[in-house]
Design a protein around this ligand. Structure first.
Ligand SMILES: Cc1ncc(C[n+]2csc(CCOP(=O)(O)OP(=O)(O)O)c2C)c(N)n1
Ligand SMILES: [Mg+2]
Length: 554
């Protein structure tokens, strides 16, 4: 006989979970106790806030393709964690969130910290379930794992009533992970794809999503290159295709470059693989008509819930990205010039003027492109600063980007810590805004304790710059609730035993970054950025002047 906590932890180990991120709570003591016996197999990274823990688990899922495990206490714990659950959902990242629950004998009375999980997370997560009977732990855990991983991956919330976890049972634990294969397209369907692409004049490939294998990625690139078809990435999935490939043409994301907009608008046939059509990728649903786009659309996705969710495809195919990529046969057509223009547009998007800022991010990112190792992992949260890691870096086949489709501030630091836990030997660089960093800077303590210390670049411009920019465009010269008074970030980081430096000028950056790379305790570089340099090509004053001029005309 063993208790529910032991049965759960043993089953998780059998499924292949090796790491959990969490904050403890008295509501799931039996699970914590069971973890006492799994050191080295299933380890627990102790976090400082459940929001940080949930971001780490969401990032783990995105990075590894295996569910990120998050363990939190009821009410206050899981409400803190909810930002990571929402982010995993929008990112289509596999994740399991285990949360304590009041005993079944008092459920429904609004007992201490009680939450109705199915009601609260039923629409935010892919699935929410409460395990009422200890004997059903293996069944429901197996279902949760498979739900998180298959179709469109996503987060599952699993509530664990206290008495259920302490009840004894003779039910055997799970013993092995399931082997689930992606749906594969049949030959007739692939012939149709071939026919549609062969008839195109201006074909475009749009890729994204979390569940690519290395073989799938390679097959996709081989097809795109052999067919000479320009390929773009959906919002924040630019690391899923080798950016050095001559067919790669950029990211369809926030602040969409004009050449990418043009590619989507002017394409006559779009092969969209493993993406959901979000607001950022479609430029607020303007680049393709809802519900029937003018472009012929082949939409390939492992989930029937995504095909037709926004756009009626010319051909919808329920298939996994890897099986589909493997089944593609190269096509030929008269689009060589179209592809060349696409690539030229991408290359030209790196040209930006010198920035009106003591530290110039055009120069900094050019330096980083030279010195970062090919297997670097970049992370970011939300803010205008994200343009630098997202638009001014070329992701080779081994580089990764962990950036939230939810636009959640505060994701970057926890994601970088999770990446460092997963890959202690890889260089991990978090880009953070000064506002963004302070959403989760307490997780520097998690990094210190776990020995998982990334390099953090704080683009410190003294403002919630994104909101300030919106203010200048909509309510010019009326700054309201956006200026920040910041702490001494270097002193803060040193208190957490990070190497830390303030970088005053562009010229100081290369040496400071070399010291950061050499540091064995991670590093925080506080970059002196002028708020004026709010975007690579338009300053705050220009935004204000344009908005004032437009107002005058009215
Ligand atoms: C959790 C969360 N809260 C609020 C917002 C709204 N928001 C988006 S960007 C931004 C400002 C970001 O400021 P900072 O990190 O300093 O970056 P900057 O824009 O200055 O480069 C805010 C408040 C958000 N996206 N996420
Ligand atoms: Mg800022």
């Amino acid at each position: 006989m063993q208790n529910g906590g032991q049965l759960l932890v043993q089953s998780l180990v059998a499924l292949g979970a090796t790491r959990a991120f969490g904050v403890p709570g008295e509501s799931y003591l039996a699970v914590l106790d069971a973890l006492h016996d799994t050191a080295g197999r299933l380890d627990y990274t102790l976090c400082r806030n459940e929001g940080g823990a949930a971001f780490m688990a969401a990032a783990w899922g995105k990075l590894t393709g295996s569910p990120g495990i998050c363990m939190v206490t009821r009410g206050p714990g899981v409400t803190n964690a909810s930002i990571g659950i929402h982010t995993a959902m929008q990112d289509s990242a596999p994740m399991l969130v285990f949360v304590g629950q009041v005993g079944t004998d008092m459920r429904g009375r609004e007992a201490f910290q009680e939450i109705d999980y199915r009601a609260v997370f039923g629409s935010m997560a892919k699935w929410a379930v409460e395990i009422d009977h200890v004997d059903r732990i293996p069944e429901l855990l197996s279902r949760a794992w498979i739900t998180a991983m298959t179709g469109r991956p996503g987060p599952v919330v699993i509530a664990l009533p206290e008495d259920m976890l302490t009840s004894l049972t003779a039910t055997p634990a799970l013993t092995a992970p399931p082997a689930i294969r992606e749906p594969a397209p049949d030959a007739a369907t692939m012939a149709e794809v071939h026919g549609l692409l062969s008839a195109a004049l201006r074909p475009l490939i749009l890729i994204g999503g979390c569940n690519w294998t290395e073989a799938g990625r390679q097959a996709m690139q081989a097809f795109a290159e052999a067919s000479n078809i320009p390929t773009i990435a959906a919002f924040r999935f630019q690391d899923r295709f080798d950016n050095h490939s001559p067919v790669y043409a950029g990211e369809a994301g926030v602040g969409m470059p004009p050449h990418v907009r043009k590619l989507i608008l002017e394409a006559d046939t779009i092969l969209a693989i493993n993406i959901r059509f979000g607001e950022m990728t479609t430029d607020a649903y303007t680049l393709l008509d809802v519900p029937v786009p003018k472009q012929r659309l082949i939409h390939v996705h492992p989930s029937d819930r995504e095909i037709g969710k926004v756009y009626q495809p010319t051909l919808g195919i329920q298939a996994g990205p890897n099986t589909f990529a493997a089944a593609l046969d190269p096509v030929t057509g008269p689009w060589a010039g179209w592809r060349e223009n696409a690539r030229a547009g991408y290359e030209a998007s790196f040209d930006a003027p010198a920035q009106p800022s003591p530290v110039d991010m055009v120069a900094v990112t050019a330096h980083l492109r030279d010195v970062l190792p090919e297997d670097v992992i970049l992370t970011n949260g939300a803010g205008n600063f994200t343009v630098w890691p997202n638009k001014f870096f070329k992701f080779g086949p081994r580089a990764r980007l962990l950036a939230p489709q939810s636009g959640a501030m505060g994701y970057g630091l926890p994601a970088a810590i999770a990446a460092k836990v997963a890959h202690p030997d890889r260089t991990v660089v978090c880009f953070a805004g000064d506002g963004d960093f302070q959403m989760n800077c307490q997780e520097l303590g998690t990094a210190m304790q776990a020995g998982a210390q990334p390099i953090v670049l704080i683009l410190n411009n003294g403002t919630y710059g994104t909101i300030r920019a919106h203010q200048e465009r909509n309510y010019p010269a009326r700054v309201s609730a956006t200026d920040l008074v910041n702490p001494d970030f270097s002193a803060l980081a040193r208190a957490y035993r990070f190497h830390a430096e303030r970088v005053e000028t562009t010229a100081d950056f290369p040496a400071a970054f070399a010291r950061a790379l050499a540091s064995r305790t991670g590093a925080v570089l506080d970059l002196n950025i002028a708020a004026e340099a709010i975007t690579p090509r338009q300053t705050l004053s220009q935004m204000r002047a344009n908005a004032l001029a437009a107002k005058d005309k009215q």
